[in-house]
Design a protein around this ligand. Structure first.
Ligand code: IPE
Ligand code: IPE
Ligand code: MG
Length: 240
């Protein structure tokens, strides 16, 4: 496949912020007669590959992953705690390497509702990488778009901000994504055509790319397909 040369700066043909709904881990495992958890561990490898590829080859500025939604608590306890433990283990093992690569790690969601140990590991990774100037890598973990909006409204009210001061810029600054730009390209793997409560404010003008490929099979060639689709879009933002 012909590959466009790396684009360091954001341009209309290359996204500045890519967000990914990593879906299909369970089905991937089921197809192989494996327990669902094996799908999640395979999904981690996929995420690792995608991060490396977009960082090394394209120097992407912002990459955001949907790892665990506020709705995912409704899954069986064993799966929920399996995912939480897996995320803790990976964050613990990978933070240093990401730091060496200049990556800034960011968390989106209600941190305080996560187990203490996981909170500690996340906080440590945030602190370690806070001053890095490379890719901003965000993990939406215990994240819900509606919860995020409600948290913002509560904080705005708690601060006593007068109604007439509330505009889009101010509201944006109260979201978990306050220091992230809007999403340019939103990818969902796993074949479902829905947003599942992900970045509903920030993706108002995103380009959507849906793939039938299950997340553990989403590789470099699949990213290239998504980037190619993006290049072929014409973004108008309501203009002509
Ligand atoms: C996505 O894969 C990962 C999480 C939601 C944590 P799923 O676990 O939803 O996999 P499917 O959709 O059941 O195949
Ligand atoms: C979306 O996947 C959440 C994550 C990828 C973390 P789900 O599998 O939870 O979404 P639904 O339930 O199919 O909408
Ligand atoms: Mg799913």
């Amino acid at each position: 496949m012909e590959i466009t040369p790396p684009s360091i700066e954001a341009s209309s043909s290359f996204p500045n912020h890519i967000a990914i709904i990593m879906d299909g881990n369970g089905r991937w495992a089921k197809q192989r007669g494996l327990p669902r958890f094996k799908g999640h561990t395979a999904g981690v490898e996929s995420a690792r590959g995608v991060i490396r590829y977009l960082n090394d080859k394209y120097h992407l500025k912002y990459l955001t992953f949907y790892g665990f939604s506020t709705e995912n608590w409704s899954r069986p306890k064993t799966e929920v705690f399996g995912i939480l433990r897996l995320f803790e283990r990976i964050m613990n093992a990978e933070a240093r390497q990401l730091h060496q690569e200049g990556v800034r790690i960011h968390h989106l969601g209600r941190l305080e509702e996560l187990p203490r140990g996981l909170q500690r590991v996340i906080n440590r990774a945030l602190k370690l990488t806070a001053d890095n100037t490379g890719m901003t890598l965000s993990f939406a973990f215990n994240y819900g778009g509606r919860t995020e909006i409600l948290d913002a409204v509560r904080n705005i009210i708690a601060k006593g901000i007068p109604a007439q001061q509330i505009d889009e810029t101010l509201f944006n600054s109260y979201l978990y994504t306050a220091d992230l730009p809007d999403v340019d390209l939103l990818i969902r793997t796993g074949g479902e055509l829905r947003i599942s409560n992900f970045l509903i404010w920030q993706s108002a003008y995103s380009e959507y790319y849906f793939s039938d490929v299950l997340w553990p099979d989403f590789n470099e060639a699949e990213i290239e397909k998504a980037l190619l689709a993006y290049r072929q879009r014409q973004r108008r933002f309501g203009g002509l």
